[in-house]
Design a protein around this ligand. Structure first.
Ligand SMILES: Nc1nc2c(ncn2[C@@H]2O[C@H](COP(=O)(O)OP(=O)(O)OP(=O)(O)O)[C@@H](O)[C@H]2O)c(=O)[nH]1
Length: 303
């Protein structure tokens, strides 16, 4: 039996279902999903282990037109990722007509496969459960006409429809080779980034409209506590949340600090599950003016 291994990534407009699909393929929640666009800022990988293959999924923040410097950095990150993978899955949600955003990404993919190594692109029609068979057929035709795809696969991450088929198709484009990661390893993303994602997700809950892109989260340190009293392991996790304006700081903190306490306890539950230890979470909210437009600050905040 030949064994294949390699990298795949999903691209697509915001909300196309990339993170949810990654989770469905990997079978465990690793990336952060939400009903709002562009919550995934970092490249988070999930790994599909099979007897005949290992598929490493790179979850990208989504190609989009750069509006701020942050947007440009994200696009570079995406392009770097695309040239490094063995196969690209271009996600197009079945419940939305092919639009200018999709055409923009399609053009970029064509350009990339010309400049790069001719990376195969599989068109993935996501959220198939949301439409009728007739509508799905129409959408598949529209997607076919959008560009040159090695395959077109309709899937539903929600119902599991064709998720196995998609895995087979992606695996078929990987080179022969041994497993790249030991089994059981779900992500090679540093723990700190996942902790930051959990805090960011909790902090944006319910206030996404007010501060969608103005929040950066940096984990300063994760240190085991020396003396925990009863001997059970405990970690001190210190996290800074950066916003651009004082008014945004007030939103995060809430009246009398009530909201920040809720954010802390919600994030802490996730972090304890992730790190497998009790956690003391120390959150600090800071104002960094116009951090999205300042290259120095972007560097310091990890972008
Ligand atoms: N019904 C249905 N909803 C889905 C499916 N896949 C994703 N969704 C929903 O679509 C929304 C967006 O999904 P995400 O996975 O966060 O999309 P994304 O492409 O990663 O989004 P960005 O991180 O913004 O680029 C969420 O509300 C999901 O629950 C699916 O197969 N069926």
């Amino acid at each position: 039996m030949t064994h294949r291994s390699g990298f795949a990534c999903f691209v697509g407009r915001p909300n196309a279902g990339k993170s949810t699909l990654t989770n469905a393929l990997v079978g465990q929640k690793v990336a952060i999903t939400s009903g709002r666009p562009q919550t995934t800022r970092h490249t988070i990988r999930g790994i599909v282990h099979r007897a005949d293959a290992q598929l490493v999924l790179v979850d990208t923040p989504g190609l989009h037109r750069p509006r701020t410097l942050l947007g440009e950095r994200l696009n570079h990150l995406v392009k770097d990722t695309l040239t490094e993978v063995d196969v690209v899955g271009f996600c197009l949600p079945a419940d939305q007509k092919v639009g200018p955003g999709d055409r923009f990404i399609a053009e970029q993919l064509v350009q990339l496969s010309r400049d790069g190594r001719g990376t195969p692109v599989v068109a993935v029609v996501t959220k198939a459960d949301l439409v009728t068979k007739g509508r799905l057929a129409e959408h598949l035709l529209a997607v076919q006409q959008l560009g040159e795809w090695t395959d077109i696969v309709p899937v539903s991450a929600q119902s599991g429809y064709q998720v196995e088929v998609l895995t087979d198709v992606l695996v078929s484009h990987l080179p022969e080779g041994p497993a790249l990661y030991p089994e059981g390893e779900l992500t090679d993303e540093p723990e700190q980034v996942m902790v930051a994602e959990l805090v960011r997700e909790a902090a944006l809950e319910g206030v996404r409209d007010e501060l969608p892109h103005s929040l950066a989260v940096v984990v300063e340190e994760i240190v085991p506590r020396e003396d925990t009293g009863d001997g059970t392991p405990m970690l001190d996790v210190r996290v800074n949340l950066y916003v651009e304006r004082d008014s945004q700081k007030a939103i995060i903190i809430g009246r009398g600090g009530a909201r920040l306490r809720d954010v802390g306890s919600q994030a802490r539950r996730g972090i304890e599950a992730l790190l497998g230890a009790r956690v003391y979470l120390d959150l600090h909210v800071k104002v960094a003016k116009d951090w999205q437009r300042d290259p120095k600050q972007l560097g310091r905040l990890g972008f």
